[in-house]
Design a protein around this ligand. Sequence first.
Ligand code: ADP
Ligand code: MG
Ligand code: MG
Length: 953
Amino acid sequence: MSKKSKKKLKKKERLALLKADTRKVSKTAKKAKTKNLAARNGHAEAKPKKGKLVYFFGEGRSDGDGKMKALLGGKGANLAEMTRIGLPVPPGFTITTEVCTWFNAHGKALPKEIDAQVTESIHRIEKILGKGFGSLGNPLLFAVRSGSRDSMPGMMDTILNLGLNDETVLGLVAVSANERFAFDCYRRFIQMYGDVVMGVQTRPGEHHEPFEVVISGLKSEIFPNRPLKDISDTELDASSLRELVIRFKKLIRDRTGRDFPSDPHEQLRGAIGAVFGSWNNERAIVYRQKYNIPNEWGTAVNVQAMVFGNTGNESCSGVAFTRDPATGEKVFYGEYLINAQGEDVVAGVRTPDPVATLQEKMPKAYRELEDVRASLEKHFHEMQDFEFTVENGKLFMLQTRNGKRTGVAAVRIAVEMVKEKLIDWKQAVARVPADQLSQLLTPIFDRKAIKHAEKIATGLPAGPGAATGRIYFNANEAELESVKGKVLLVREETSPEDIRGMLAAEGILTARGGVSSHAALVARQMGKVCVCGANALHIDYQNGTLSVGGRVFRKGEFLSIDGTSGEVYAGEVKTAPSEIVQVLIGKTLDAKESPTYGNFAQLMGWADKLRRLQIRTNADQPDQVANAVAFGAQGVGLCRTEHMFFEGDRIDAMREMILADTKEAREAAVAKLLPHQRSDFAGIFRALNGLPATIRFLDPPLHEFLPQTHDQQTELARKLGVPVEKVTRRVSELHEFNPMLGFRGCRLGILYPEISAMQARAIFEAAIEVQKEGIKVKPEIMIPLVGFLKELELQAQLVRDVAAKVSKENNTRLHYLVGTMIEIPRACVTADEIAKEAEFFSFGTNDLTQTTLGMSRDDSGSFLPAYQGLEIIKQNPFATIDANGVGSLMKLAIERGRKTRPDIKLGICGEHGGEPASVNLCHNLGLTYVSCSPFRVPIARLAAAQAALAGAA
Ligand code: ADP
Ligand code: MG
Ligand code: MG
């Protein structure tokens, strides 16, 4: 609905619309209520009671609580909860997420009945504090804050000091007896309001925020002889700040043609609308896509009485974590700025001090903070990330939430909290996001290489791990260049506009900002390597250079950063595997010497006790298999035999086989491949040491194996001793319009049975060879791309014939299974027939997704992002199984397959097998195992345990 037509609606109609909408959003919540009412009144159809749109909190009492995150957002729910448990929270109220949904569905209009509820809440706050909103004597000021269900750090906008104008500011001067403070509040308010509500923002081509440009301008007028970066905001005195107010207002008028609004109520309406509207700004949308946050959730708006960290040196604003979010160590971690308002700390305008130093500067407030730290963990049973302000020595709590942390920290905190009896071991398993385990496996710098590396600066360690890449100074460029190779995003400080560049970069390096700056926060969440606040760096955006200690690095040159130590190195430094990889795979580190490994192993041990799914791996070579087994794999779920042919001169025999136009020629080529295959399989069986291996028969994309250029064809013809025309002709005969649906999978083995026969023989001969060494071997032969029972029958018979022959030749018994990959819809639908022959099914969800959705994975890049933007498809179906479509087909196949063969073995071997949401689906479908690439095995183990826990709950 357009804004105009919206305005035309009569009040009554708007009310009706609002009711309809709120009903839709919280259907279940309202259902119970409606039922009761209906029963009491004896009516069949009672109207639900009008929605409560505003929830109050203050003075130890609150309408909501910590569980109401969907309705009040995370921030609102926890402000209510902290109020309840007696923490010092300034009073305020939360406007629900339902209003946001309504707002954005109705041309950005607020429902009328909100006014009365807001007014009532304001009166309550005025009473508690003895101040008046818009009062000239003792003005009440508000913070207007967004807050969605899941925290979206820095994504939404906050407005502080709302309620100030040319008159009320004088009231603030009077009650505070501090003119500088009052005008500092006022200029900040205009700045934030101008940015967030009136849209005065950096324009394309500008490198700095327009308000900051005005501040810099004034600073250089006042202190003409000092370098700008050394002049702190706190050096601006009252009259300078008055001047700033005038210049800010002029800037707004110049840029928007409108005046800054002076009526506090108009300011409040504008601010509430802007917060609701910011739910749909670009950076919020990008963030939601990355973290799969549904658009319909909406944000709440929190309107809260201001407390002031900028009244002088007895005041400060800060953020803190109850434990170190980078390492997980149980230390009080955080930072604060004296004489500042909160945004300064997060925005990295000044580099803040570590929270420990507060002990000396404000001992009383520090003790209170330590108490709060302990009671928060005791109450929430989780590491908390909280925001506080000290106003003239008195502590106020402004926010708390479960702290984002690195994977390393997540594991350590979970394990240590069990030891401290804050949680039990099952909670520990449930709590670590399975995906984050990959961070424990990411590389660190190679010890030798780093000794010789040239350290050029040190910053704060904000996102652990090692990263090396070409430096770029703006997000767009970083994003573009990341396609060509590894990049580091280097910024003075980052802001939410940089999100895309941060996503694309290997690592992030900033010159300013602390460990709770935007860069640090976002990097930790994304699992990016990050060093922030490296003060020695001088970045020149215009010229694209970074200078430090007399050296200059241009954009495009290499730097390396260590997000665990905070160090910055010149050039490209070699990286080495993580401690866990060193313990398990390299065997270069003793398990006892690595606490990180110890925590990891503990958590994995707990997970293994809970999970029902087995975890296998997709691996094609003995060394990959060995790695996967070290990571806990219980077998190979998919060995793709075609990958074995890419190595060395095997490709020639492979090409010879494909190009052969007679059975005899083909058999000759195939015979050359047999010994290679046999030794590969033997290596895999040895690495498995008794665990099962599902080996898929050849499923080559033929065109990938063929020489395409004339030179390659000439070369091959020479090697094969045939005329080049023959090769060229055969290549063009084999050309396919749609290779994905072409001559592949079992079709190949059916038309050329000698290929399948060779593979079967290689597997069985290898099995016998390894069995003789005293190692158990469990081959499971998998026929790909089956859609018809007959296809499988033909291939299975061939396998059994070869097995019988090899058995007899060697005078040994062979144990093996023959099954199929379920990867086209017809196989799912006819699974009852196929199960007559198949001893196992393994869902090949990559192809099953392609064929079910009719979407080529390799070609989907041109439309899939847009589809996700439009929410036609919520998640990339090639990363997370499309539960309703592909998942339903899997369910059908399982039901039908089991009808024929109740004990049929069921697995999945698409890359989905290592993705937590898909693992959960597989658990619920009752599969026997999931299979994924070696480095995702730990993730799958944890995800499988979490699925079992969720199922039991
Ligand atoms: P974000 O979600 O981006 O963290 P917040 O709503 O938490 O945004 O606000 C940002 C900063 O504004 C906080 O760090 C806090 O210091 C400051 N702030 C928020 N509410 C108040 C308040 N009532 N009084 C003083 N400062 C506040
Ligand atoms: Mg903010
Ligand atoms: Mg906050």
